[in-house]
Ligand binder design. Structure first.
Ligand SMILES: NC(=O)c1ccc[n+]([C@@H]2O[C@H](COP(=O)([O-])OP(=O)(O)OC[C@H]3O[C@@H](n4cnc5c(N)ncnc54)[C@H](OP(=O)(O)O)[C@@H]3O)[C@@H](O)[C@H]2O)c1
Length: 336
């Protein structure tokens, strides 16, 4: 089969190579999936650039954590899926339910485990979910990392209640599906972006208030004013935006700390945090049960993830270039 591998010592996109590997076969309890579509996350850019926090790779590894496809064969004793069933892989293999545990470290798809950007993949049958009929492979492939993360931000610690205000930072993969999930739950949303055009698209998806963080870098007061005194949830993909997010909270509001697109080192204003009775919640994607809960909610609301652009398998480099460009809105997909 053909696959895209990131090489040990990778430091740039040229280190992502198209290779041929032996076709995999499912062992006991495993499932062979013909991959139909995959998607790129910010994490994959960091892996290819040699900046991912797990450090340098020790072996060539198939890139990307997210993918969807159809079951083509199953190994001995594997009974969860039938041949031909449409499935998506879970980001953390083996995390079926409950809280994150130490043994799940090292079980993430697309580093350190082989990922999805290949014609075929073999996974334990417990590391897959069935995908709903109304979603295409491309749409389903956007979900395992960004969407499950957004779902856990909004529902894992203190579930979002209709009418609570949600603040979203930027218009990347996590933020746009968070917008769709929050609106489906009856929550008003404020979204920030560097681009007025993207803010218009976000408004088309239901965003109630939009703020350009380039032209309005001091967005705390506009957010507090728009939300009538502060937001209840922040899906914090910025990192560097944490001080402003804390200041934008309503009393008792929650920050769901997810990512670092606006910087990793941030001053922590402890008095402001305590004064707002704020709560800080870490999110690391989520379990298979979270993925399944989210798919039920998405199906009920018929939420279609936003696929910004789909690239051909041979043009993985083009897809990576586009995903980190200012044009990005939502998710970039590679059709296999
Ligand atoms: N903890 C976890 O489990 C988990 C899971 C998924 C992602 N993450 C992390 O979450 C972050 C977002 O991931 P993603 O996949 O959604 O990324 P992405 O799709 O690459 O989105 C990037 C977007 O971030 C916005 N942005 C960039 N710099 C910004 C700044 N200074 N201030 C505000 N917004 C800014 C931009 O939005 P505009 O173009 O609209 O300005 C950009 O399009 C990444 O750090 C990623 O590693 C963590």
């Amino acid at each position: 089969m053909k696959a895209w591998e990131v090489q040990p010592g990778a430091a740039a996109l040229d280190d992502l190579k198209l290779v041929t590997r032996d076709d995999p076969a499912p062992g006991p309890g495993q499932v062979l999936v013909r991959v139909r579509a995959t998607s790129i996350n910010a994490r994959d850019q960091a892996i290819v650039a040699g900046r991912y926090r797990m450090g340098a790779l020790t072996r060539p590894t198939i890139i990307l954590s997210d993918g969807a496809g159809e079951v083509v064969s199953v190994g001995e004793g594997a009974g969860r899926f039938a041949i031909g069933e449409r499935v998506a892989g879970c980001f953390v293999q083996g995390w079926v339910d409950g809280a994150y545990r130490p043994e799940y470290r090292g079980r993430a798809m697309g580093v350190p485990l082989d990922g999805t950007l290949a014609e075929m993949m073999v996974l334990d049958e417990n590391g897959l979910v069935p995908i709903p009929d109304y979603l295409s492979y491309q749409e389903a492939a956007t979900l395992p990392c960004a969407a499950v993360t957004a779902w856990n931000a909004l529902y894992r610690s203190a579930p979002l209640i209709a009418g609570q205000w949600v603040l979203l930072i930027g218009t990347g993969g996590v933020s746009i599906i968070a917008l769709q999930l929050a609106k489906a739950a009856g929550a008003p949303v404020i979204i920030l972006s560097s681009s007025d055009a993207k803010l218009e698209w976000a408004a088309d998806l239901g965003a109630d208030e939009t703020i350009n963080y380039k032209t309005t870098p001091d967005w705390v007061e506009p957010v507090r004013a728009a939300s009538g005194g502060g937001v209840h949830h922040v899906v914090e993909v910025g990192g560097g935006t944490l001080p402003q997010s804390i200041a934008a909270l309503a009393l008792g509001g929650q920050i769901h700390q997810i990512g670092f697109v606006a910087g990793r080192e941030v001053p922590f204003n402890a008095p402001a945090f305590v004064g707002n009775f704020a709560r800080l919640n870490s999110v690391l994607v989520g379990s298979r049960a979270s993925f399944e809960d989210m798919l039920r909610a998405m199906t009920a609301a018929q939420i279609k993830p936003v696929v910004d652009k789909s690239f051909a398998f041979d043009d993985a480099h083009g897809a990576f270039e586009y995903q980190k460009s200012p044009a990005l809105f939502g998710k970039v997909v590679i059709t296999v």
